[in-house]
Write a protein that binds this ligand. Structure first.
Ligand code: HEC
Length: 188
C-alpha cells in the first residue's frame, strides 16, 4: 500500500478565493442566465444528436405475437396494403427471387417457409422493415427495392405485420425461429 496522502485538489490560494467570492456576488445573474441557456441548449441538442441512438434502443427486444389474433389481424391488413404487392398475397415473393435483376437489385423474397425471412431473428426483421436493408448492412450505397417503413408505419404496426407473417409459418418453422431468437439474444 502506498503511503501517499491525498490532498483535496485543486487548492485555491487565499487571494484567488477572495477574488472568486467577489466575482460570484457580482456575476450571479449572468451565471444564472448562462445556466438556463446551457440547459436549454443541451435539452434541445442532446435528443437531436442522439436521435438515431435513442430510436434504435427503443426497439431492442422486439417480441412478435403470432398467437395473438388481434395483432395478427391488424398485421394482415397492413401486409395486404403495404407488402403484398412485392412479397405476394400468399407471401410467395417474386419469381426467381434468388437471382438479381438486370438493374442489379434483388427481387422480393418470399416470407413463407420457402424463403429466408425465418432465418433472421426478430430484431433483424424489425430493423430491415423499419430502416431498410441499406441501414442493416451499414452500406448507404446499397440499392434495394425494399422501402424503409419508419415514416409510414409505427413500431406497433411493424410488429403486427411481422407477427402476421410469422403466424403463417408451419409450427416446425415457428419453433426453429424461436430458438434462433434465443441464440441471438444470448449474443448481445
Ligand atoms: C417495392 C417492393 C417491396 C415492398 C412494398 C416491400 N418489400 Fe420487403 N423486400 C423487398 C425486396 C426487393 C427485398 C430484398 C432486399 C434486398 O436485399 O435488396 C425485401 C426484403 C424484405 C425483408 C428481408 C427478408 C430476408 O429474408 O432477408 C423483410 C423482412 C421485408 N422485406 C419485409 C417487408 C415488409 C414487412 C413489408 C411491408 C410492410 C415489405 N417488406 C414491403 C421489396 C419490397
Amino acid at each position: 500500500m502506498s503511503q501517499r496522502v491525498h490532498l483535496p485538489q485543486p487548492a485555491l490560494l487565499p487571494h484567488e478565493f477572495a477574488l472568486l467570492e467577489g466575482k460570484r456576488q457580482m456575476k450571479r445573474w449572468p451565471l444564472v442566465l448562462l445556466g438556463v441557456l446551457l440547459v436549454g441548449v443541451s435539452g434541445y441538442g442532446v435528443p437531436l444528436f442522439f436521435a438515431n441512438e435513442t430510436d434504435h434502443s427503443q426497439i431492442s427486444g422486439v417480441m412478435f405475437q403470432p398467437d395473438n389474433p388481434r395483432v395478427v389481424s391488424r398485421g394482415r391488413k397492413i401486409y395486404r396494403a403495404e407488402c403484398a404487392a412485392c412479397h405476394g398475397t400468399k407471401l410467395e415473393g417474386q419469381p426467381d427471387w434468388r437471382r438479381r435483376m438486370k438493374n442489379g437489385r434483388l427481387p422480393a423474397p418470399p416470407h413463407d417457409a420457402t424463403g429466408h425471412t425465418w432465418h433472421h431473428p426478430e430484431q433483424i426483421l424489425f430493423d430491415i422493415t423499419k430502416y431498410g436493408p441499406a441501414f442493416l448492412i451499414k452500406d448507404s450505397s446499397y440499392q434495394s427495392d425494399m422501402p424503409a417503413y419508419k415514416d409510414v408505419l409505427n413500431d406497433e404496426d411493424i410488429v403486427a405485420v411481422l407477427s402476421f407473417i410469422k403466424s403463417q409459418w408451419p409450427e416446425r418453422i415457428k419453433a426453429r425461429h424461436g430458438s434462433l431468437n434465443e441464440a441471438a439474444g444470448q449474443q448481445e
